[in-house]
Design a protein. Structure first.
Length: 307
């Protein structure tokens, strides 16, 4: 099946979409990715290469992968460490470095691997960032068993002294998972979260201590062929999305969830309000009915045995 990637219009000032050289004999062949790690300040620019963009929508996963953005984006992170750094990550006899998401022969094994990540991350119709870090620890055990180090941690936008600058430093070490919530109008001029999405960040540009970032990321839910033909059984073309992130003070409302184990309906009791720091993410031409607010990210780092 011939697929065409949908690339959002560029918004980065210094990181442009790959151009086609006039002498290139293959029409549409992108130029090689060039890694950038400029952290000299006061401005920074970081770009990682060699990151996969696996689809989350797959036959064989719960709801055809409709809520597997977390496991799919974590697979992208593991792909980077396996293919770019030769880390022996995976599960039992399944090693990520032996798999190519663009090879149809590996499609089902990768689907099973995404499903395994979901199980390890306690998938229950969705996954949480903390549980995805647990899934990372499980997938990197084969590497740690032969002397590699593997660490991970999560960062919340709220309370971060320099969220953008720290994000750039972590991305310079490897790809990160970034989560944003979808917010709608709540009571008393607040914003209320109605769900979220997880993507794989591949580049960031901005200033230390600044309030605006230009980013590029892989979105496991985006595909040029979504809903077309056998899209649930084949990998779509890789694509990156450009976006702007802007620091915001948000008045957030959180309703009380009902506890099914109690006789009363807790959801009828008043919720809570608080001011939090988030980063609004916008993409060119977006018509999303909700406000998309970045809430944090997971970072990952590995190192081979010494000696």
């Amino acid at each position: 099946m011939i697929r065409k990637a949908i690339i959002a219009a560029a918004t980065l000032s210094t990181i442009a979409l790959p151009a086609v050289a006039s002498a290139d004999p293959v029409i549409g062949q992108p130029t090689p990715c060039v890694r950038v790690t400029d952290l000299a300040g006061p401005d920074f620019e970081v770009k990682q290469c060699g990151i996969s963009d696996v689809d989350q929508h797959r036959a064989g996963l719960d709801n055809n992968g409709g809520a597997h953005c977390g496991p799919a984006s974590l697979y992208n992170v593991l792909h980077y460490w396996a293919h770019e750094k030769n880390a022996p990550v995976g599960w039992l006899t399944t090693k990520v470095k032996n798999l190519d998401p663009k090879d149809q022969a590996d499609y089902n094994v990768i689907t099973n691997s995404i499903g395994r990540i979901g199980v390890d991350a306690k998938y229950d119709g969705g996954t949480r960032m903390s549980n995805l870090r647990t899934a990372w620890t499980i997938a990197t055990k084969p590497a740690r068993d032969v002397g590699w180090t593997a660490v991970t941690a999560g960062v919340d936008t709220n309370g971060a002294a320099d969220f953008g600058g720290d994000l750039a430093k972590k991305l310079a070490r490897g790809p990160v998972q970034m989560v944003y919530g979808r917010y709608s109008a709540g009571p008393q001029n607040s914003l209320q979260r109605g769900g979220g999405h997880i993507v794989t960040l591949v580049s960031v540009e901005g200033s230390f201590g600044g309030n605006t970032l230009q980013v590029r990321y892989m979105d496991p839910g985006r595909a040029g062929d979504h809903g077309v033909g056998d899209y649930l059984k084949t990998q779509s073309d890789y694509q990156t999305l450009n976006a702007t992130m802007t620091k915001k003070a948000v008045y957030e409302y959180t309703p009380v969830k009902d506890d099914p184990e109690t006789p009363m309906d807790e959801s009828l009791t008043p919720g809570t309000y608080r001011w939090v720091t988030r980063w609004q993410i916008t993409t060119p031409g977006s018509t999303a009915p909700t406000t998309q607010l970045v809430e944090g990210y997971n970072w990952f780092e590995m190192a081979p045995p010494v000696g």
